[in-house]
Ligand binder design. Sequence first.
Ligand SMILES: [Zn+2]
Length: 261
Amino acid sequence: MIFTDTHTHLYLDAFDADRDLMINRAFGQGIGYMLLPNINSQSIAPMLGLCDKYPANIFPMMGLHPTDVKADYKNELEIVETWFSKRKFYAVGEIGIDLYWDKTFVEEQKIALKAQIALAKKHRLPIVLHSRDSFDEIFEVITETIDENLTGVFHCFTGNRQQAEKIIGWGFKLGIGGVLTFKNSGLDKAIADIPLQHIILETDSPFLAPNPYRGKRNESSYLRLVAEKLAEIKQTDIAEIAAITTKNAIDLFHFPVKNVE
Ligand SMILES: [Zn+2]
């Protein structure tokens, strides 16, 4: 049984004291693969350092996070763009629009999102979308830019059933994490009739820890709690959840695998 944490920020300071122990706890829980979304130019070195330390298990993405789209965003985008010619990345991420924290740079966020979708098309990579209080804005951009090659995931999906259907209609995946375990999130109902083929699992560590760790530091080993909840909702066993969601992740990101059984 091998799980894939498709969205985990293992390189952040929150793990400085016990990073290797924490990664080994994840291996111990069957989390065989972890994908690291980039945030900004400062996070690139620690992220790549970690991928180089665990080259068979941990894989990088490259992108500029929407909350880091500020006045100097053109500079940041240039750095992102340059990296694609320097090494292999498995997605353009994380990118998107976030209107929860700050609306000052909403226009710049849209420009940065479109520029990074263009990079994804150029390098034939999936996009990893961060959407917070911005479903309509992101839907508008995707509607404008979608073509037969553009694919990706709505990371940390917490929307309703109609939004879920729209997303899978584009061939995008739903990234499901700890929110699924929260009481009254409504996410269980939103995805009740969505086939597992459209779902990948994620923790978004160190954020959004699932119950019973809600509010505490999240880590990739807790992915198992999300998988257990999903198995309950889909009335299946956790082995099937592992098999299908890891296959979906491989299909989307094309990271190298040894043997997934
Ligand atoms: Zn993230």
